[in-house]
Design a protein around this ligand. Sequence first.
Ligand code: AMP
Length: 282
Amino acid sequence: MSDLKVIRHPREMMDFSDAARARGERIGFVPTMGYLHDGHLSLMREARWRAEVVVASIFVNPTQFGPNEDLSRYPRDFARDCAMMETVPVDVVFAPEAADMYPSRSQTWVEVTELTRGLCGKGRPGHFRGVTTVVAKLFNIVKPHLAFFGEKDFQQLRAIQRMVADLNFDIEIVPMPIVRECDNLAMSSRNKYLTPEQHRDALAVSGAIAEVRKHFREMRAPDEIVRTAMKILACPGVAVEYIEVVDAETLEPATSLDAPVLMAIAARVGNTRLIDNVVLSR
Ligand code: AMP
């Protein structure tokens, strides 16, 4: 018998969270789009450790997908996700319908401006507006004390930290490190799209990161990082969308290596878009 409670409707989720808060319980929240892997579970385990009540959401949010992106074919397997969440264990999975999250009259967006212009924002217009809007809505519905986000989506993490500060959400944002496969590929629901051969090609992305980490101490300027990474990344089967070195706080292009920098990569392997990154500091 599973103890995982499934909640579908925003009103029911709000009532559940109000009751937990009235009992003085801390709510830890992990928003996801499902098709879970060990990266997601690492966030849920940390939430289990730090809160009395653990809520995860599974919602493939239509407003963060562009018209030519993979919304309709995004992998989904709710039964498998529930089985994985039971191992943590997660207390509640909030899995709403799109129609309940976005009633037809909805006209309000939450947008973080500067932080979302570069990196993935350039190639995915409107993506981060969709993310911050749905996360703001989820925060109002789940009412967490703590919310956990992976550094795999580093720009998303920074945008959410900014949103929480700018809009006075009383929520602690907990960043979590990237979880990787045994061969170092960053875990992602989209890895499912990769054929075995594409998976091998995709290792150039994590390989470029490993190479940069190895040589970072000898490097003097941001462009040396890019050159070192490109030696590994420039290979057949991998189409680099961007490789950038930016200030790890502002995400503006880095001009020196004195403060921590983020090297972020987006690349396509076949039709699959992959991202990965590393924070480098002296
Ligand atoms: P997603 O389902 O892809 O929207 O991801 C939900 C959450 O899991 C986000 O906070 C992601 O940053 C995080 N996440 C996804 N992949 C990983 C990973 N490999 N390691 C750590 N966190 C991850």
